[in-house]
Design a binder for this molecule. Structure first.
Ligand SMILES: Cc1cc2nc3c(=O)[nH]c(=O)nc-3n(C[C@H](O)[C@H](O)[C@H](O)COP(=O)(O)OP(=O)(O)OC[C@H]3O[C@@H](n4cnc5c(N)ncnc54)[C@H](O)[C@@H]3O)c2cc1C
Length: 401
């Protein structure tokens, strides 16, 4: 009898696919609609440099990665957190391993084998996929689409919106859905670049370092100091160390670099007081501080005339002002902050203004650094929205958790 209940999922990223699976498991008749010619394009891109599915760390540390959204996500991540992600991957024949930084990857490193197995399982569960269908607006109890066959509309019992954030628009996540949600009176937080590179106008002498990793440094914004890595690129500086302080930079913090994080200022001063003799400054710094050519060049890039006094130079080495132009544009960011405000959603992730319509994934206003948090939260919100949408369809106004 429950087969008569219908569910619509809009968006075929990890959150939408997970919502569709939960709805199908609850025996609803599920249609998944995707604007692009194929689902999971950003998920496949995520696998290009190693698909980091989750982080194998204690729950409190995991939850803390979500800044102020952690209270809204706590139950959702308890329901489907790192352990469930690893089990889910395992069930999809994607054997995972935990790397030295607790990041979890499938052994194949890429997303395609896992996605293929997942889609086969979803098709077997009778999920009906409609690609090249773009959701345009809410109708009265219906959802309107532009399709290759012209305008269409669907009137399901429940719907999960899972249209992603607003970066890498060529892969489908273009944030165009915001206009239709705003028209429906739903409050949205403006998008911001999260996990974006820094735009830096490098001078000529830095070109030889393009592609070189910058290791053993601390990125400092105001009082926060995060040890991390980054890569020097033609556009600027990219990598997890930079991404982890994106949010502080968006809030206007001043960025500096501790290029000798394992050395105290006192130890640096003592080393700099050693006799320099006839050595060049480069050689001297290399010998007494083990400062490699990249760090020496960075020092000169951001301070054209090095101060001769050991105490002043030591201070500079511990806090080198890093002049950047801006964060790279939104469309280049790995993820975006902003989207549907949690205040618009109830505990089930259902839109308060649209009973029966739920939200999942990156289109909700949460953010986190890289490290597997993004895919885990997308899967977790997809599972949650799917489970509660199924309850809503089958039991009417299902209770909140
Ligand atoms: C280069 C790169 C590397 C990454 N690496 C990692 C990583 O290693 N680990 C990690 O955790 N995260 C990573 N991410 C982030 C991760 O891919 C995303 O957070 C995740 O895909 C978000 O899932 P989602 O389902 O919410 O949205 P998306 O994956 O963005 O899917 C949304 C879907 O909705 C569709 N859509 C949009 N509008 C409409 C519409 N109007 N009608 C119909 N369909 C629509 C889109 O075409 C898209 O298929 C990476 C991202 C990038 C760009």
């Amino acid at each position: 009898m429950s087969l008569e209940k219908t569910a619509l999922v809009i968006g075929g990223g990890p959150s939408g696919l997970m919502a569709a699976e939960q709805l199908a498991l609850a025996k609803l008749k599920v249609t998944l609609v995707e604007a692009k010619a194929a689902v999971g394009r950003k998920f496949l891109m995520a696998g290009k440099s190693g698909l980091n599915l989750t982080k194998n760390e204690d729950f409190e540390s995991f939850l803390n990665a979500f800044y102020e959204s952690k209270s809204s996500l706590e139950l959702i991540l308890q329901n489907f957190g790192p352990n469930q992600v690893m089990q889910w991957a395992d069930e999809l024949e994607a054997k995972v391993f935990t790397g030295s930084t607790k990041r979890v990857f499938p052994e194949a490193m890429k997303a395609s084998p896992l996605l293929r197995t997942w889609l086969t399982r979803l098709i077997r569960s009778n999920v009906d996929f409609k690609t090249n269908w773009r959701w345009i607006r809410f109708g009265k109890d219906s959802f309107s689409f532009d399709t290759p066959q012209g305008p269409k509309s669907i009137s399901p019992n429940v719907c999960v919106l899972a249209m992603g954030g607003a970066s890498w628009s060529k892969l489908g996540s273009d944030g165009a859905w915001t206009a239709s949600l705003a028209d429906a009176g739903i409050s949205l937080t403006p998008f911001g670049a999260a996990n974006a590179a820094l735009d830096i106008n490098w001078s000529e002498h830095m070109k030889r370092f393009f592609g070189t990793p910058l290791k053993s440094v601390c990125f400092k914004v105001d009082k926060k100091s995060i040890r991390g890595e980054a890569v020097i690129s033609s556009k600027g500086l990219e990598g997890s160390g930079v991404y982890s302080i994106n949010r502080d930079l968006r809030q206007g913090g001043e960025l500096s670099l501790d290029i000798l994080p394992d050395w105290s200022q006192k130890k640096i001063i003592n080393a700099l007081k050693r006799p320099k003799g006839k050595q060049s400054l480069n050689n001297f710094l290399r010998k007494v501080l083990r400062l490699d050519p990249l760090k020496q060049s960075l020092l000169r890039e951001f301070c054209s005339k090095l101060p001769p006094e050991p105490a002043v130079l030591a201070k500079l080495l511990k806090s080198l002002p890093l002049h950047y132009v801006r964060l790279r544009p939104l469309d280049e960011a790995i993820s975006t902050s902003g989207g549907v405000a949690f205040s618009e959603l109830d505990e089930r992730l259902m839109l308060k203004r649209k009973p029966g319509v739920f939200c999942a994934g990156e289109m909700i206003d949460w953010e986190a650094p890289t490290g597997g948090y993004l895919i885990t939260a997308s899967l977790a919100t997809g599972a949650w929205a799917g489970q509660y949408a199924a309850k809503f369809a089958l039991e009417g106004t299902a209770d909140s958790p």
